[in-house]
Write a protein that binds this ligand. Structure first.
Ligand SMILES: Cc1cc2nc3c(=O)[nH]c(=O)nc-3n(C[C@H](O)[C@H](O)[C@H](O)COP(=O)(O)O)c2cc1C
Length: 356
């Protein structure tokens, strides 16, 4: 018997099945970095997931990296997210906000002129990012955060978590990988600090641990999740010893009693991220990356209490759970429309029956 379609709880989060919609940036936010009617409809269509994890949302505008991405900072943004949460809840779904501060992985043209690009160290990430103004551009140069500025960044995460709860989200997830700010602090390649937030493993884990502590103080640990991917090289991330770093990180995180740990496995590196997570984290795991239905059924059967997160499968299949139940074919998506404004490739995928 598979448990994939059975209800479960992750901390305080109630999931009616174990098919989770993974976070996906889709660059459809409005002029005030708020989710529009289109975004409300996109999430409403996908509400039959056991839980939706939103696209990365910036906690403060300095943390905005990509064009047309949303925030959870201003009253306009909070009210707009409330409409998303209400739409998902009206369909019986569960939704958490993913907090994503991009740090150095950004281009200045993608955010207001007075927003800053900050990072643990003044080291430019190698690579490029799309801008609406000039197409692909090299990443912007970051300014190293002063030690006395770090509490303010942590406070921004706490405020965004409070705003998430106020907007009606069931919880919040910290984006702790893919080269963004928490991962920049964790990794030796991007963190050359000589103070209490750099150098030793204990020092490099300090920032993400303090962010999680702040988020849990606001929302309760049983509403807060963490996403990790040890060894992830995305966005110029590099670490001398990801296994050691994440062992230290998870040991510090485990006693907090988080709702879940969301683990991206990696196929092309030696590290077994799921084994590492199981070894050092005693709460429930959400597993992600390249799962197919049969494998998702197997992992939820063999290791009870877990869920599997699907990203790309959710793009063209808003009713993914029903398709999985029926063993129906999956609709493919157009990669050229992943980040383009408007409904095309976003909300225009019909459900299985052809009518809602
Ligand atoms: C269009 C797109 C946008 C993504 N944006 C995010 C994001 O905002 N935050 C995040 O944690 N992961 C993001 N991811 C990564 C996915 O959540 C997921 O880890 C990855 O696609 C692998 O899962 P899959 O094989 O089910 O697609 C994104 C992936 C895609 C395809």
């Amino acid at each position: 018997m598979s448990h994939l379609f059975e209800a479960t709880r992750l901390g305080k989060l109630e999931l009616r099945n174990r098919v989770v919609m993974a976070p996906m940036t889709r660059s459809r936010a409005g002029a005030k970095d708020e989710p529009t009617d289109l975004v409300v409809e996109y999430y409403r269509q996908r509400a039959s997931a056991g839980m939706i994890i939103t696209e990365g949302i910036y906690p403060s505008v300095d943390g905005k990296g990509y064009c047309r991405t949303p925030g959870l900072e201003t009253p306009v943004q909070i009210e707009a997210w409330r409409r998303v949460c209400e739409a998902v809840h009206a369909e019986g779904g569960t939704i958490v906000a993913q907090l994503m501060h991009c740090g150095r992985v950004c281009h200045a043209d993608n955010k207001p002129a007075d927003a800053e690009t900050v990072a643990p160290s003044a080291i430019v990430a190698r690579g490029e990012m799309f801008t609406d103004t000039a197409g692909m551009q090299p990443f912007s140069a970051p300014r190293a955060l002063h030690a006395d500025e770090i509490p303010g960044v942590i406070e921004a995460y706490a405020r965004a978590t409070r705003n998430a709860i106020e907007a009606g989200f069931d919880g919040a997830e910290l984006h702790g990988t893919s080269g963004y700010l928490p991962a920049q602090f964790l990794s030796t390649g991007s963190n050359h600090r000589a103070d209490a937030s750099g150098g030793s493993r204990a020092n490099r884990v300090r920032f993400p641990v303090e962010v999680l502590a702040a988020m849990t103080r606001v929302a309760g640990a049983d509403c807060v999740g963490l996403r990790i991917c040890p060894g992830n090289p995305f966005n110029d991330l590099s670490d001398d010893d990801p296994e050691e770093t994440f062992t230290a990180f998870l040991r510090a995180v485990d006693p907090m009693g988080l709702a879940y740990l969301h683990v991206i496995r990696l196929h092309d590196v030696e590290l077994d991220n799921i084994a590492l997570a199981r070894k050092h984290f005693s709460g429930p795991l959400i597993l992600n990356d390249g799962y197919r239905l049969d494998e998702a059924k197997r992992v939820t059967r063999e290791r009870g209490g877990e869920a599997v997160a699907f990203a790309r499968a959710y793009i063209g299949n808003p009713d993914l759970v029903e398709r999985f139940r029926q063993g129906a074919p999956l609709t493919r998506f157009d990669p050229k429309k992943l980040y383009t404004p408007g409904p095309a490739g976003y909300t225009d995928f019909p459900p299985l029956s052809g009518a809602e």
